[in-house]
Design a protein around this ligand. Structure first.
Ligand code: PEP
Ligand code: MG
Length: 589
């Protein structure tokens, strides 16, 4: 048995069989094919291409059903590449003339293609290198795999082990077979992690050495609560973990009872619990968990899951779908937050030296007004169907916010002139996710109807810690006194400078310890992954605001984040023991 520690990003435990998704191309052997075997080798190659195309067709059909046609379009692009004769032609030539095995010829050809893409002046090509890696792996699966090594043939509950995964890969897994995943790279709030939570896969990221250590077909336990993976576990561990799984099942059942109850503290203060979504389909689970609407729709996922730039209609259909599913509850559409770690394959910009500090989020939208206007038109049109709010991400100055609002006003005037219906009183908000915005919250409050504090980025920018980098994950501390001071300042400014609504929508708000702290800091609205809603509702119903405030006051006095986190954990456990029964209690020991 081998135990590896990574970063827990999506809760739950699964026991499954390893499927190593990444083939290290350098480990693919080269051998010479006898003259009489060349034709057979070419046939093997053709079959692998045909099988890969058929498998993509299936993935496309399933992904369209589960995530919608737009989100599944990336697979059409993959299919188009494999069907292009200029790709397979040189591979066939190599096998025929150099008499090498098909795997080797595939790796050489795709390596050359990836290199050409990487060097291309046009950044649209450079962003395609991940897709080429995807396709190389897919072809190698069909050439080298047999039995359980082929994803399409998997019979068992399967755990994907990979160096890294893209959101489209994660969303494309067959959810009847794949039960969890583990990656070597990534941080707690990287967007692969966010997709894992959205789709309900227990997951561990930043688990260095996992791909090298895991063997195809091996039994693995993924402990998404503790961030552990156990390769080839012994019987005693399997029995212990089966017990945990049972405890979790019972706990989830008990949460179902809470879902329909009001989210009110013991002393009668309502705490609004909303959901974060990346795909419209997720709205259903937000409602099922007892959420009161969507506090954050990450609209950039429209760009990330398709190869072409979304049209106004693409935007509109997605928002209208959410509004319909939410059935009268509010939808907050955040305008696209592209850049940093989220690049659309249709993006044609040159690569930036420091993308987290570059042309991302609202800066990106303001730099491409026609694209921005298209999105705003769609959001406004959807606002005629039900309650919709607009939120601008990563605003750093008042000028930037005014600029965005001016574009919105222009779009409203156009729609008026065209006689298109929309909500003229649509509420407009900003994300507070950089220290400068938090520090000028008073001025921003005068300009908007609401704030949403994004701790994922606020922590990253306040502490100068890359949220996607597993090497500095230990420094990523949402309880840092500096972060808490900023949050407190924002809550106060929101109340003082305009009495506007303020919520928190970072991943940390979904953790019960941190949610308790946020309530203590004055927050009354939390927007969290759907899976966390009923868990938080139980917390809310078990505490008084005064208790939360006392805890928050104390946490802010620690100069060590480790001590602050330990104190917070300890107090939360004492105040809400019912949220820690069974397995959860053991986790906290
Ligand atoms: C955040 O930064 O906290 C946030 C919610 O936005 P995202 O995770 O999409 O950057
Ligand atoms: Mg953010």
């Amino acid at each position: 048995m081998r135990v590896l520690q990574g970063i827990p990003v999506s809760s739950g435990i699964v026991i499954g069989h390893v499927f190593v998704l990444d083939h290290d191309p350098h480990r693919v052997a080269r051998w010479t094919v006898g003259a009489d075997r060349v034709e057979a080798e070419l046939e093997r190659l053709d079959r692998a291409f045909a099988d890969a195309i058929a498998a993509i067709d299936e993935v496309y059909a399933e992904a369209s059903d589960e995530m919608g046609v737009e989100a599944a379009k990336i697979f059409l692009f993959h299919k188009g590449m494999l069907a292009d004769p200029s790709l397979i032609g040189p591979i066939r030539e190599m096998i025929r003339h150099e008499r090498v095995n098909a795997e080797h010829a595939v790796v050489v050809a795709f390596d050359a293609l990836a290199e050409a893409f990487r060097r291309a002046k046009d950044s649209a090509f450079r962003t395609k290198t991940d897709d080429i890696r995807d396709l190389t792996n897919r072809l190698l699966d069909h050439l080298m795999g047999s039995g359980p090594a082929r994803l399409a043939d998997l019979l068992h509950p399967t755990v994907i082990v990979a160096t890294d995964l893209t959101p489209s890969q994660t969303a494309g897994f067959d959810r009847d077979k794949v039960v969890g995943f583990v990656t070597d790279l990534g941080g707690r709030t990287s967007h692969t992690a966010i997709v894992a939570t959205a789709l309900g896969y227990p997951a561990v990221v930043g688990c260095r050495g996992a791909t090298a250590a895991a063997k195809p077909g091996q039994t693995v336990i993924v402990d998404g609560d503790r961030g552990l993976i156990l390769l080839d576990p012994d019987e005693a561990e399997i029995t212990k973990y089966r017990g945990y799984i049972e405890q979790q099942r019972t706990y989830k059942l008990s949460l179902a009872e809470v879902a329909g109850l009001p989210s009110v503290t013991r002393d009668g203060v309502p705490i609004t619990l909303l959901g974060n979504v990346e795909f419209p389909e997720e709205c259903d689970s937000i409602l099922a968990q007892g959420g009161e609407g969507v506090g954050l729709y990450r609209s950039e996922f429209l760009y990330l899951s398709q190869d072409t730039i979304p049209t106004e209609e693409d935007h509109y259909l997605a928002y209208a779908d959410c509004v319909r599913r939410l059935d009268g509850l509010p939808l907050t559409v955040r305008t696209v937050d592209l850049g940093s770690d989220k690049y659309a394959s249709s993006d044609r910009r040159p690569r930036e030296r420091n993308p987290a500090l570059g042309l991302r989020s609202i800066r990106y939208s303001l730099a491409d007004k026609p694209k921005f206007q298209k999105q705003l038109r769609a959001v406004l049109r959807a606002s005629a169907l039900g309650p919709v709010k607009i939120m601008f991400p990563m605003v750093t100055t008042v000028g930037e916010l005014r600029h965005a609002k001016m574009v919105l006003r222009d779009v409203m005037e156009d729609l008026e002139e065209e006689g298109v219906a929309f909500d003229r009183g649509i509420r407009v908000g900003v994300m507070i996710e950089v220290p400068s915005a938090a520090l000028i919250a008073g001025s921003l409050a005068a300009e908007v109807d609401f704030f949403s504090i994004g701790t994922n980025d606020l922590v990253q920018y306040t502490l100068a810690v890359d949220r996607t980098n597993e090497q500095v994950a230990g420094l990523y501390q949402p309880v840092h006194a500096g972060v808490l001071q900023l949050i407190r300042g924002v809550v106060r400014a929101a109340a003082k400078e305009g009495d506007i609504e303020v919520s928190c929508c970072g991943e940390a708000a979904g953790e019960i310890d941190y949610a308790l702290l946020l309530i203590g800091l004055g927050l009354r609205r939390l927007s969290v992954p759907g899976s966390a809603i009923s868990h938080l509702k139980r917390l809310v119903r078990s505490v008084t605001v005064q208790q939360c405030e006392r805890v928050a006051r104390k946490v802010r006095t620690f100069d060590s984040e480790i001590q602050a986190a330990a104190y917070l954990r300890d107090r939360t456990r004492k105040l809400v023991p019912e949220a820690f029964d069974g397995r959860a209690a053991e986790l906290r020991d």
